[in-house]
Design a binder for this molecule. Sequence first.
Ligand code: ZN
Length: 269
Amino acid sequence: MFLESSRADLRGRAVIVLHAHPDDEAIFTGATMRRLADAGARVVLVTATLGELGEAYVPLAAGETMAQRRVAELERAADLLGAQRLVLLGHRDSGLPGAVDNVHPNALAAADPQRIARRLAALIDEERAEAIVHDDHGGIYGHPDHLAAYRIGAAAARMTGIPAYESTVDREHVLGPAAGTHLVHAASLATGSPIGMAGEQITLTIEASRAELDAKRIAIATHASQITPDDVEHAQFDEAYRYEWYRRTGAPGLLDQLGAGDAAVSVAG
Ligand SMILES: [Zn+2]
C-alpha cells in the first residue's frame, strides 16, 4: 500500500524538539512532531519555561497556578503529538521585551545559554538523538524566551555535532491573504519584531496531511488557557497552519527524511 511504503521508517531514531513555552510545540512544530512519531521516531519534547506569564482566557481552579495549568495542557498536547518524553527545564517565562521579568533570577532570558546547552547536550547523548529542532535566530517573532531557545539549541547542536533545524515561519505566507489569522501575528505585534524568515532562507517545508493538521489543531486548542476557540476554528485555519518551515544548520538529517508523508498519498489517490 502506498501509504505504508511512502513513509520513512524512523524506528529506533530520536530527535529533540526544544521550545520556549507550552503551546509553541503545537503552533510551530505540531505536524512535524506527529509525522516523526508516526514514522516511529522517538520524539523528546523539551520545554524551557512554564509560560507562567501568559494571561489565562479561562478561570483557574481554586489554588491552581498558571504554571500548573500550562503543564497539564502541555502534557496533553505532547501526548496528542506523539512525544514519548517531556522534559521541563524549569526556567521562568521572561515576558515581553523590556519587561522587568526579563531579569528575574530564574528567567530563561537571563540564564547562561552555555550552561543550559550543556544540559541539553547530555540529553542528546542519553537519547542518542540525531537532530534538534529549536527556534530560529530571530526567535520567530523576537520573544526573549524564543531568542534564548535559539541560543541554547544552536549551542547544543555545536557541542554534539548534530544537525539543527531552526523552526521558523515563512513571513510571506502567513502575512498573505490566503493564510488569514495566525497566532504569530498578534505575538509579533506584542514584541514589535518581524515574523520568521523570507522564503529563500527556508531549507525545508513540511506540508501537513489532513490527519496531521487535525492533530495539530487539537493540540493547539488543548492549550485552552492561552488559545480561544476563535483561534483554531476560523475558515482559514488550514491555510494558516498547514505548513511548517525550517532552516537547517549542518548536514541533511532526520527531518529531511520526512518527505511528503501522506500528503503525497492523497495526490496519488
Ligand atoms: Zn512561545
